[in-house]
Design a protein around this ligand. Structure first.
Ligand code: FMN
Length: 417
């Protein structure tokens, strides 16, 4: 019987176990998780989402405080256009984060970074350029461009000395989006090194509307394979979203995909950044407690647990500290939604905003429980303990289960006593 380990992902002469762990912001796909994956010969992702905040937590820097202090005077102003990121600090935070991962890396795998275009940070081009350049400076091996079409992202770094050495990939959810990306970047004479095709069952933001259930990953992947065959294009295709067992993964590899990208099963590992309490919520959840809603100010639908504390919360926008979703004019749709409710409750108390959420603050505090569609199956991947809680897994165990399992079986971990 075939299994994932019968296949290899090839980047030039480099051969990898064809399992990529997707980026999960904010620091859910941690350096620790990426290091295990690299050690085991796969591709691990860190994420550069809210990287100054992550740096403060990990390296005791004061980037958030500094920014908050600088713009404190603007806190009650609904116009956030003055609130800008210090590009030097952004570069430093990225270098610390990436540098830590690359410095500790062992093994034959690779470490990539997930870079979301929708984090427009009140200055989309400049902040994205700094994020990309600093990750390349710090030795990142690959950059996965996500949450956006990224039509101009590669050209921002085309003069970087590592432009042709770092692996670049793009996440798409349709052939059309991919064609647009390829057309817009044709003049750079540099094709992406891989394409992640993310279907409707993935976690995080989705490249589909609320009609996501009408789409199917296999169909989209096949369309892209056919297009590549027809055009003579050779770019590794990496499906993602709802690939829950080693056999699910093997079936994609056996039909021409180069690797798979997975995430949900790693959310309940000890190396993952989610707090232990939140991991238990993921384990416990049922299928009808998972929804795709439109509360993210990015404009993309997002999948999450219905009992996420972020849903219906009404905190004051905190863009002076964060502000990662401010567009190029200092605007975020949560600010409008919050202000509308503030008119109804001028004392600022008991505000509940139902249609949007302050995603920066809630992601930072692990209060927006974004997850993949099959999160409700996580309880079947481990043991339930005497107190009713579920046993946390190790990333190595989950990785090797994907790599070696057959027949849709999922190996349970050794029981802790
Ligand atoms: C908790 C969580 C957070 C995620 N955050 C991001 C993110 O920040 N950027 C991104 O491109 N994809 C994100 N994703 C999507 C994953 O990288 C991955 O492509 C997808 O979830 C794979 O499907 P699976 O979770 O069913 O295995 C996230 C997924 C999860 C489960």
């Amino acid at each position: 019987m075939k299994r994932v380990d019968d296949f290899r992902l090839k980047f030039g002469k480099k051969e990898l176990v064809p399992i990529m762990i997707g980026g999960m912001g904010v620091d859910i796909s941690t350096v620790e998780l990426a290091l295990v994956v690299a050690k085991l010969g796969g591709v691990g992702h860190i994420s550069d989402a809210m990287v100054p905040t992550v740096s403060d937590r990990r390296f005791k820097t004061h980037f958030v405080k500094d920014k908050q202090k600088k713009y404190k005077y603007n806190f009650n102003n609904t116009d956030k256009s003055v609130v800008q990121f210090d590009l030097g600090q952004l570069a430093e935070a990225t270098k610390l984060h990436v540098g830590q991962a690359m410095g500790a890396k062992r093994g034959d795998g690779m470490i990539f970074i997930n870079c979301m275009e929708k984090l427009t940070m009140n200055s989309p081009k400049d902040t994205l350029r700094v994020r990309l350049e600093s990750a390349m400076d710090a030795g990142i091996e690959g950059i996965t461009l996500s949450a956006g079409l990224h039509l101009g992202s590669l050209s921002l770094v085309q003069d970087h000395p590592r432009f042709r050495d770092v692996k670049f990939g793009i996440i798409v959810s349709s052939l059309r989006a991919l064609q647009l990306f390829l057309r817009k970047n044709a003049r750079l004479n540099r094709l992406p090194d891989y394409v992640v095709v993310e279907g409707p069952l993935a976690g995080g933001h989705l490249g589909f509307g609320l009609d996501w259930a009408k789409y199917d990953l296999k169909t989209i992947v096949n369309e892209i394979h056919q297009y590549f065959a027809q055009e003579g294009i050779h770019i590794p295709v990496i499906p993602a979203g709802g690939i829950f067992t080693g056999t699910d993964a093997m079936e994609f590899l056996d039909t021409g995909s180069a690797a798979v990208q997975v995430a949900t099963r790693f959310t309940v590992t000890k190396e993952c950044g989610l707090p232990a309490k939140v991991q238990q919520e993921y384990f416990k959840t049922s299928e009808d407690n998972i929804e795709v809603n439109e509360i993210s100010p990015t404009g993309y639908p997002m999948r999450m647990l219905k009992n996420s504390p972020s849903i219906g919360a009404g905190i004051q926008p905190n863009c002076e500290a964060y502000g990662y979703l401010l567009d190029g004019h200092g605007h975020c749709s949560y600010i409008d939604a919050y202000n509308r409710e503030l008119v109804k409750h001028p004392d600022g108390k008991n505000i509940s905003v139902k249609d949007k959420t302050c995603l920066c603050t809630h992601m930072r505090n692990f209060d927006c429980w974004t997850c993949g569609h099959y999160t409700y199956r996580l309880k079947d991947t481990t043991h339930q303990l005497a107190d009713g809680s579920y046993q946390i897994l190790s990333a190595e165990h989950v990785f090797q289960d994907y790599q070696f399992s057959v027949d849709h079986k999922i190996a349970l971990p050794a029981e802790t006593v």
